[in-house]
Design a protein around this ligand. Structure first.
Ligand code: SF4
Length: 229
């Protein structure tokens, strides 16, 4: 059975790659190596989630390194901080180390759970994996795991695997927090708009009732004035 070193970025994204590699007759070994996850607590949560997947799916897991200093990472970008553009430099060390380990340990090929995510830059991952394969003299096994996106989400929920809220780096964390803040502000503005509309409708109803009561009172008064003493 061909042995595949599967680079894994987190628990949820590793599920479908493990399942489908096995379906194809491969024997995957997971490899958690993700120095660019911030903060350190988050890195630990993802590493622990991967350990849980390893146990639940019975897939061997190799681990290496830890979280690196996010300031050094940002400095190394030399101003190329835009999402997408910066990602190649984040995939690169992960693919290089995975390819090197695959060659060192005699795996038949390597691949990555990054190829499962709809949010990652698929073509850039392929280019970085091919580059790393050529450097290390390893074989890259390309698979597009994205069609199983929803199956992976459902299975991760079913197994109770920790699901992260941002991609990983400090910049993606700030972007996610900003998006969350904007979404909360939009929600609060909609709520305030609805409350103002309801208050206005209530005020209009009150005025209509008042006008109606005044009209009724005038009618009664006229009737009284017209009735015989
Ligand atoms: S957004 Fe994700 S892939 Fe891109 S640099 Fe940050 S952690 Fe890496």
């Amino acid at each position: 059975m061909p042995r595949i070193l599967l680079h894994v970025c987190c628990g949820p994204c590793s599920l479908m790659p493990v399942v489908h590699l096995r379906d194809e007759g491969f024997e995957p070994t997971a490899f958690f190596f993700n120095p660019n996850i911030h903060p350190a607590d988050e890195w630990k949560k993802r590493r622990d989630a991967m350990r849980e997947v390893s146990e639940k799916l019975g897939v061997p897991l190799l681990e290496e390194g830890g979280p690196e200093n996010p300031g050094l990472w940002v400095r190394a970008l030399h101003g190329v901080t835009r999402e997408g553009e910066r990602c190649a430099l984040c995939y690169r060390p992960r693919m290089e180390r995975t390819a090197a380990l695959a060659a060192e340990q005699g795996f038949d090929a390597f691949t990555s759970s990054l190829l499962y995510s709809r949010y990652q830059h698929h073509e850039t991952i392929i280019a970085e994996a091919q580059r790393a394969a050529a450097l290390a003299g390893a074989r890259f096994l390309y698979r597009d795991f994205r069609p199983w996106w929803w199956d992976g989400i459902n299975l991760s929920k079913e197994l109770g695997i920790y699901r992260q809220k941002w991609c990983g780096c400090i910049l993606s964390m700030k972007e996610a927090l900003l998006q969350q803040k904007e979404a909360e502000e939009r929600k609060a503005a909609l709520k305030a708009e609805k409350a103002a509309r309801l208050a206005q409708e209530a005020e209009e109803r009150r005025k209509r009732h008042e006008a109606f009561a005044a009209k009724k009172a005038r009618k009664l008064a006229r009737r009284k004035e017209g009735s015989p003493a």
